[in-house]
Design a protein around this ligand. Structure first.
Ligand SMILES: N[C@@H](CCC[C@H](N)C(=O)O)C(=O)O
Length: 288
């Protein structure tokens, strides 16, 4: 994760599209035709829900750096930090490049800071994403945990909290809770996000099992606080619960903003699939 600190031309107006995937909302910018820099302070100003556009993440469409890839997909949290992956954003990215006529393909390959992912725009307008393989190695998050395990006990404020840990390109801690409505998302989520066992911070998911094919989930996102949905968080929760043999290979994940379908067969060499909606809210321009 890194922050950008370059200067940009003042007084310029930047066209953007406001999009959302299950209420996880985004400012999407075509930087192929209008390259610009992303100082953290500017992103924070744009992300502000009272003084700016208001969004959880800024998504930037750039030219691919490799021949076999269609686009480069860059992601910035509302706090201005650049991150490796964003699942709901990936679906919006796919709809953006198709709706704007930047590609005629319905199978779109994109580079992210954590590798290549493939996006499939379905006839219904929903998007199915090959999110790549989950990585349970602690160093992949990074997570200072000693040896790899299915479950870890973490000391938090004199208590011991059981978590699963996985990288979906970005880092996730997952906790199982009895009642999602009572989950301490604001307090424990915020504390764990910056726990010293996660040197690059972490996204924190609270999952309640409904049955073998249905879980409820709330996520305290690194750099954005609790969001209405987190795509990589849904993948992380599903694979951790699948690893713990609590769910089947195909699971509906109900987030505050709606449902995602997540599929993973339990094989660490198999990819995780995510399917869900991606919606354009409005178009606008903002002063850089
Ligand atoms: N909302 C996203 C995840 C965005 C990045 C995350 N906050 C991080 O810092 O890793 C999603 O839908 O996956």
């Amino acid at each position: 994760m890194s922050s950008q600190n370059t200067t940009v031309a003042q007084g310029r107006c930047l066209p953007f599209t406001k999009m959302q995937g299950l209420g996880n909302d985004f400012m999407v910018v075509n930087a192929i035709e209008q390259p610009f820099d992303y100082p953290s302070a500017t992103i924070q100003r744009w992300a502000d829900r009272h003084f700016g556009i208001g969004f959880d993440q800024l998504l930037v469409v750039e030219p691919a750096q490799q021949d076999s890839v269609d686009f480069r997909y860059r992601i910035f949290n509302a706090d201005g930090s650049e991150v490796q992956q964003c699942g709901n954003g990936a679906r919006c990215f796919a709809r953006f490049v198709v709706d704007k006529g930047l590609t005629e393909k319905k199978e779109i390959t994109v580079e992210t800071a954590s590798g290549i992912i493939v996006l499939y725009v379905e006839d219904s307008g929903w998007v199915r994403v090959n999110m790549g393989t989950p990585n349970f190695a602690p160093q992949s998050l990074p997570f200072v945990a000693g040896t790899q395990a299915e479950r870890y006990l973490l000391d938090v404020d004199a208590e011991s909290v059981e978590i699963g840990a996985v990288s979906m390109g970005n880092p996730h801690a997952v906790l199982l809770v009895e009642d999602i409505a009572k989950a301490p998302v604001d307090n424990l989520g915020k504390t764990l996000e910056s726990h010293n066992a996660f040197p690059e911070r972490v996204n924190v998911g609270f999952a309640e099992k409904i049955d073998n094919s249905h879980i409820r989930l709330r996520v305290y996102e690194r750099g954005a606080a609790e969001t209405l949905a987190c795509g990589t968080g849904a993948c992380a929760a599903m694979v951790v619960l699948r690893l713990w043999q609590l769910v089947d290979d195909r699971v509906t994940v109900t987030l505050p903003g709606g449902d995602l379908t997540i599929e993973w067969n339990g094989d660490v060499d198999s990819p995780v699939w995510m399917t869900g909606p991606a919606i354009t809210v409005f178009e606008g321009e903002i002063e850089v």
